[in-house]
Design a protein around this ligand. Structure first.
Ligand SMILES: C[S@@+](CC[C@H](N)C(=O)[O-])C[C@H]1O[C@@H](n2cnc3c(N)ncnc32)[C@H](O)[C@@H]1O
Length: 275
């Protein structure tokens, strides 16, 4: 993978983010084959965007063409994004998630799903944990009346899709708050690519970005998910605002550290190429 031939960034005023049309992505990254991007996504409002439908072809295209050997993903959840990388290239993936999942300020789970969406065996297991585990699981459960849900980003659900696809042997799953993740044992430039898609608060994105910049190699790629620079576009779940604020705060530094940085239009993806 070598994207160091991307055009130089030049001087940018704060947060004047360059835009690259998804159909010009190949030119910007020096890839010979253009993306075969679904026409329906091109015309869909970004507020109706679904990562699995609309951003997935872009992630898959990037992994397929840039072919990282060592990829890092902040925020595993059920392993959808990790699976894209594993299926499109031969990478080994390091990925980080909170063991007990993300809990919001009002003590509700940020990521949960209806019972019927998982195998009953896994639900039984999750429920057993909720009954017998200490407060960090049981105390934070808030079940809507009459509905059974499970927390989809904790313990056994973390990475379930890459495990179910039989790809677990290519994944180093790290369980911690990414702000506590110690990068001192990773040589500078160890990773070819990084996806920042863990905690979406400004402090977590800031911390993940600092770490990503240290461990990605020159010419490697850093991707931020849930980034959109258009002021009129707000995600209904509010997840973009912390990302936007972190990027805004870090913008002068990112312009120094990246040889190119741009938003892919239309998408929720910001891309930086490490200088
Ligand atoms: C948007 S989801 C990740 C989606 C995933 N990248 C994918 O492609 O399917 C965010 C994940 O980050 C995790 N997370 C939130 N804050 C975190 C933190 N401080 N450290 C590590 N993981 C965190 C959440 O538990 C959740 O699983």
């Amino acid at each position: 993978m070598d994207v160091s031939r991307s055009p130089a960034l030049g001087t940018l005023t704060p947060m004047l983010v360059a835009e690259v049309s998804v159909n010009d992505l190949h030119t910007r990254l020096g890839i010979s084959t253009p993306i075969d991007y679904p026409i329906e996504s091109l015309t869909k409002p970004l507020t109706n965007w679904k990562m699995e439908i609309d951003d997935a072809p872009i992630f898959r295209y990037l992994y397929r063409n840039l072919r990282p050997q060592r990829h890092l993903e902040f925020g595993t959840w059920q392993g959808t994004g990790v699976r894209y990388c594993l299926e499109e290239c031969d990478a080994t993936v390091w990925t980080i998630n909170l063991l007990a999942g993300e809990v919001q300020a009002d003590n509700t789970w940020r990521y949960s799903n209806w019972k019927d969406t998982i195998a009953s065996r896994l639900f039984q297991w999750a429920r057993k944990r909720a009954h017998y585990a200490p407060n960090w699981v049981r105390g934070r459960v808030r079940l809507p009346q009459g509905l059974l849900v499970y927390q989809s980003d904790s313990i056994g659900s973390i990475g379930k899709f890459y495990l179910e696809a039989g790809l677990g042997h290519r994944v180093c799953q790290i369980y911690c708050d990414s702000r506590d993740w110690d990068i001192s044992n990773y040589p500078a430039g160890f990773f070819d690519s990084v996806l920042i898609d863990g905690g979406h608060t400004t402090d977590v994105v800031t911390s993940d970005t600092f770490k990503a910049c240290q461990v990605v190699r020159p010419g490697g790629i850093v991707m931020w998910h849930d980034f959109c620079p258009l002021p009129e576009v707000q995600r209904p779940d509010g997840m973009g605002s912390g990302v936007l604020r972190a990027i805004e705060n870090l913008w002068p530094r990112l312009c120094r550290e990246m040889s190119d940085i741009f938003w892919i239009r239309p998408s929720w993806i910001l891309i930086g190429i490490k200088r």
